[in-house]
Design a protein around this ligand. Structure first.
Ligand SMILES: O=c1ccn([C@@H]2O[C@H](COP(=O)(O)O)[C@@H](O)[C@H]2O)c(=O)[nH]1
Length: 233
């Protein structure tokens, strides 16, 4: 798995998303993440347009519904030429297996399918007191990761704090996609389980997802290059 930095394109519309991407020189094509905000605003055409510009795309829609609904929705997403899609592992194994079936195209190809374990904005207190999961965060994430691996998925979204243990439990080839990335001088904001790009690299993360520390920086291209240098060396 080729490690990389994924920029979260959390913008309200096409105009702002493309204005952001236009700051990069023509030959520099970061791997980007399109999430709910941009997708709900602009729809599949936004995905096609950014793909046509030469970017790899993680479509972060975090599906979570009954198995039949997720299988059918994934079949629709499989027609978009994206590189990675995801769902919530909390939907359980039957849903994850259905998703895999729906996502697989008639020729057998498909994007990577990744399961969100526990959101990086969730801390131990919320896990226990609000979600009523009376098991430590790391063990919860490992159980969800194991369920995803046993369902045939390619990897998980987790915090970089859990990446090494996920690799140990699910195998080195099981992909770890890790948001909750902050430079030492960044604000955490709503993120709770955070790490710097350098430490994420040492923890064995395959992909780091970086949003505001890049998109809100005074020089976003420089901030992206800093993340790449810190993470990839
Ligand atoms: O557990 C998760 C799952 C997804 N995300 C997404 O990643 C980015 C992070 O953005 P920042 O601005 O760097 O906090 C954002 O799009 C989230 O929707 C996550 O943070 N945690």
């Amino acid at each position: 798995m080729q490690k990389d930095v994924i920029i979260a394109l959390d913008f309200p519309d096409r105009k702002e998303a493309l204005a952001f991407l236009d700051q990069f020189p023509a030959g520099e094509k970061p791997f980007v993440k399109i999430g709910m905000e941009l997708f709900y605003a602009e729809g599949p055409d936004m995905v096609r347009e950014i793909k046509a510009r030469g970017h790899r795309i993680f479509l972060d829609l975090k599906l979570h519904d009954i198995p039949n609904t997720v299988r059918r929705a994934m079949a629709v997403l499989s027609r978009l030429d994206v590189d990675m899609v995801n769902l919530h592992a909390a939907g359980a194994s039957e849903m994850m297996k259905g998703a895999l079936e729906g996502l697989t195209r008639p020729d057998g190809t498909r994007p990577l399918l990744i399961a969100v374990t526990q959101l990086t904005s969730t801390d131990e207190a919320a896990l226990k007191n609000e979600l009523l999961i009376d098991v430590p965060m790391a063990e919860t994430v490992m159980r969800y990761a194991k369920n995803a691996a046993d369902s045939g998925l390619d990897g998980v979204v987790c915090s970089p704090l859990e990446a090494a243990l996920v690799k140990e439990r699910c195998g080195a080839g099981f992909v770890t996609v890790t948001p909750g990335i902050r430079f030492a001088d960044s604000e955490a904001g709503d993120q709770k389980r955070i790490m710097t790009p350098e430490r994420a690299a040492r923890s064995g993360c395959d992909f780091i997802v970086v949003g505001r520390p890049i998109t809100k920086a005074s020089d976003p291209v420089a901030a992206y290059r800093r993340a790449v240098a810190d993470f990839l060396g």
